[in-house]
Design a binder for this molecule. Structure first.
Ligand code: FMN
Length: 174
């Protein structure tokens, strides 16, 4: 079985593209077949429960709302005991168009995972972003990797290249 479960939700494909790139980068380190990539659409708690290491990717929509498939997954997420699991989040958003809600979904899901005993890894500095407010922010860090492919897509690759080894290190996989 794959080592990491990489789940994403997407409305217009940006998070899917990043998730596919991330899988390639993770497997370059861990080996082919080590990452199980799947869309969160219609998934059940058992699909996620199967993995000790999880990476969850989600955009934020409509002034701080969750992407629809992730919103539907919340009752399933609440059923999972994340004790012993290491979880990392990445989120896509638009820091200028939705400056008061930048990548909010990340903060919402991080709180649920922590409440259910997850060890959340992969926090990143807020430096380099110009948003006003984000539920994903705690002091000067985000609770995962925020990406803005709408405005700063030229930085996406670099941000991934920094984050992937960080997460693997914090998960104890490298
Ligand atoms: C109508 C609309 C509402 C949005 N609302 C937010 C928001 O509240 N916060 C945010 O950070 N980004 C927001 N965005 C930006 C999207 O999250 C961003 O385009 C993201 O890359 C979409 O990812 P997806 O293609 O995987 O669905 C919004 C975009 C649109 C078009």
């Amino acid at each position: 079985m794959a080592t990491i479960g990489l789940f994403y939700g997407t409305d217009t494909g940006n998070t899917e593209r990043v998730a596919k790139d991330m899988k390639v980068k993770l497997e370059a380190v861990l080996g082919e077949g080590s990452v199980h990539l799947s869309e969160i659409y219609k998934k059940k708690a058992a699909d996620m429960e199967a993995f000790e290491y999880l990476i969850l990717g989600m955009p934020t929509w409509y002034d701080g709302e969750l992407q629809g498939d992730w919103e539907e997954f919340i009752p399933e997420m609440e059923k999972i005991d994340f004790a012993g699991k290491k979880v990392a989040f990445f989120g896509l958003g638009d820091q200028y168009g939705y400056a008061s809600y930048f990548c909010d979904a990340l903060g919402v899901f991080c709180e649920i995972a922590e409440k259910k005993n997850a060890k959340v890894v992969g926090f990143t500095p807020v430096a380099g972003f110009e948003h006003d407010f984000s539920k994903a922010q705690r002091g000067d860090i985000f609770v995962g990797l925020c990406l803005d492919t709408d405005n700063q897509d030229e930085q996406t690759e670099d941000r991934l290249n920094h984050w992937v080894p960080q997460v693997l290190g914090e998960m104890g996989l490298k």
